[in-house]
Design a protein around this ligand. Structure first.
Ligand code: PMP
Length: 360
């Protein structure tokens, strides 16, 4: 297998070991004579794969027993509507924190269902920070508070969990789930599209506290109701079986590699090395307030944007791909999820120094 270092924001790099195992099992999963892709989701083989994946995720994240783990479809974007549909429960408003492009999308979707109070925003700072928690204007009557702990496009990551008393916290962890240990019990709902730190696209995971299930708005499509999925163990309809299986292999890879504490240590090292390279030069820059710099998505600009295309093509020739920043912000972005090895970050840092020497 000839592999590049893929810095894509998602779908993103997967651990090579996982791909190898998937390849070995592709046509015949453990003597079943079938590919996982060909299995009935209700057959005993797939039921075992599904149950093991859930058990491993519960172990990795230490998910308490009063939470359901749902394996859904529709991406994180569908959660932007499932959250208000399931959590409003007769209330008229919800609180949202705006720290980047994905939070903005979550807000505009929620506005279809309720009054949205944007209780804190870093829009004026061009999403380069997280507003000081003391300045948030929280509402006691809010059905929930939603925020995006890691904004994938701007590269802004929370380093704290807000305290909202009885108002449940809802988080879009699409781009930083599994990157370090968290205390699940602090949250009402945690959701994430799989295609960054979990596995292939097509699968969306929602971890939902029991008491927040069963209150969906009437007359909504049945697929939007957490209760339907919870009661049917995420098999009300055909789930994304192959993505679920690969996610399970990723969970086993995480367990073999020391779990989330070990992952956090590696992630901190990788991010520190890359930000040091950016800060240590006048040629590269990152606009995010240091405390809130993301460990997963590292956007950076070159001193001369005219060199962007050359940077990208030379990087590609060196085996470092998908470094182009999001079209809304320009520049570069290196996504360094769990599966990006330290050697990939070292190669990028080396390339950046060399590029600066030649073009800076
Ligand atoms: N939220 C965040 C933080 C994301 O990074 C993304 C995808 N880049 C989304 C939501 C949208 O996810 P999906 O494409 O799975 O709907």
């Amino acid at each position: 297998m000839s592999r590049v270092f893929n810095f894509s924001a998602g779908p993103a790099i997967l651990p090579e070991e996982v791909l190898q195992q998937a390849r070995e099992e592709l046509g015949d999963w453990q003597g079943s004579g079938m590919s996982v892709m060909e299995m009935s989701h209700r057959g005993k083989e797939f039921m075992a794969i599904a149950a093991q994946a859930e058990a491993d995720l519960r172990e990795l994240m230490a998910i308490p027993s009063n939470y359901k783990v749902l394996f859904l479809q529709g991406g994180a974007s569908t959660q932007f509507s499932m959250v208000p549909i399931n959590l409003l429960n007769g209330k008229k408003s919800a609180d949202y924190v705006l720290t980047g492009s994905w939070g903005k999308k979550a807000i505009s979707e929620a506005k279809r269902y309720c009054e949205v109070n944007t209780v804190a925003s870093s829009l004026e700072q061009k999403f380069s920070t997280v507003p000081d928690f003391n300045s948030w204007k929280l509402n006691k009557d809010a059905a929930y508070l939603h925020y995006t702990p890691n904004e994938t496009i701007e590269g802004v990551e929370f380093d704290f969990v807000p305290q909202t008393g009885d108002v449940p916290l809802v988080v879009d962890m699409s781009s930083n789930i599994l990157s370090r240990p968290i205390d699940v019990s602090k949250f009402g709902v945690i959701y994430a599209g799989a295609q960054k730190n979990i596995g292939p696209a097509g699968l969306t995971i929602a971890i939902v506290r029991d008491d927040l299930i069963g209150n969906a708005m009437p007359n909504m499509p049945v697929m939007m109701d957490y209760k339907i999925h919870a009661e049917n163990e995420s098999m009300y309809n055909t789930p994304p079986t192959y993505s679920w299986y690969i996610a399970g292999l990723v969970f086993q890879w995480l367990k073999r590699n020391g779990g989330l504490s070990a992952m956090a240590a590696v992630n901190d090292r990788k991010a520190a090395r890359l930000y040091a390279a950016i800060d240590g030069s006048d040629f590269y820059a990152n606009p995010v307030e240091k405390r809130y710099r993301s460990c997963m998505n590292v956007p950076f600009t070159l001193a001369d944007a005219e060199l962007d295309a050359t940077f990208l093509s030379e990087a590609k020739a060196a085996g470092l791909v998908t470094l182009k920043g999001h079209r809304s912000v320009g520049g570069m972005r290196a996504s360094i999820y769990n599966a990006m090895p330290e050697s990939g970050v070292d190669a990028l840092v080396g390339f950046m120094a060399d590029f600066e020497k030649r073009h800076g």
